[in-house]
Design a protein around this ligand. Structure first.
Ligand code: DX5
Ligand code: ZN
Length: 222
């Protein structure tokens, strides 16, 4: 894999011309499609569900990285597999039996991720880190695109990187929220592997070039 991986967030696409935006991502240097599913309960917003994701899968030529911001995500694991999820992340804060849920995701043949809210400390992942393919670290409070980046994420990302190295885990660190040309290099310096970007890509005048600029980012050095 050629790092950093870039995952444009479809939440910021223009839904009236979704096919065009999917095609744009296909033609860009992006690595994954980041798909945000919100239920109006776990987060104060509702995004989209299975028919929309299935339509995205029909056009997408890159893996679907699905981020579930829903309660009881274990109820829908097979459904997300059937609409094309290749990477499925559930929230730490939404899972009572996280280990069971992670293994249910893997049994369906998907990569398993855990997303953590800004207030959730990294050390809570210590006993699950070796079972994970991905940690989606929220750098904003989940629910909306275009929010302000929370600065403590750099330190959290470095802590998680240290845990991954100490445990010889192959887990990737994905950062979700407020990623741009300023935060991106510092996140890479702190150990991030995957950058999700919504507003920064879709509000730009040339989204393909913006994705390309993220792909070319190097770790920030002081
Ligand atoms: C927020 C979502 C993010 C969001 C990121 O709840 O999980 O994936 O789309 O959007 P930006 O990059 O605009 O902060
Ligand atoms: Zn997300």
């Amino acid at each position: 894999m050629n790092f950093p991986l870039i995952a444009p967030s479809v939440l910021s696409a223009n839904f009236a011309q979704l096919g065009k935006d999917i095609q744009m991502i296909n033609e860009s240097e992006a690595d994954w499609f980041h798909i945000d599913v919100m239920d109006g309960v776990f987060v104060p917003n509702i995004s989209f569900g299975f028919p929309v994701i299935k339509s995205i899968q029909n056009l997408a030529q890159k893996p679907l990285d699905v981020h579930l911001m829903i309660v009881q995500p274990e109820r829908y694991i097979k459904d997300f597999k059937s609409v094309g999820a290749e990477i499925l992340s559930v929230h730490y804060e939404a899972c009572t039996h996280l280990h069971r849920t992670i293994y249910a995701i893997k049994e369906e043949g998907m990569k398993a991720g855990v997303a953590i809210n800004p207030h959730t400390p990294v050390h809570l992942l210590k006993d699950i880190i070796n079972d994970l393919d991905l940690v989606c670290m929220m750098s904003v409070n989940p629910g909306f695109g275009g929010q302000k980046f929370i600065e403590q994420t750099y330190r959290k990302c470095a802590d998680l990187k240290a845990m991954i190295e100490a445990t010889n885990s192959s887990c990737l660190i994905e950062i979700d929220g407020g990623v741009n040309a300023e935060t991106g290099p510092k996140l890479l310096e702190a150990g991030a592997d995957v950058l999700v970007a919504g507003n920064y890509v879709f509000a730009s005048s040339d989204p393909v070039a913006t994705i390309s600029s993220l792909k070319k980012l190097n770790p920030y050095t002081k």
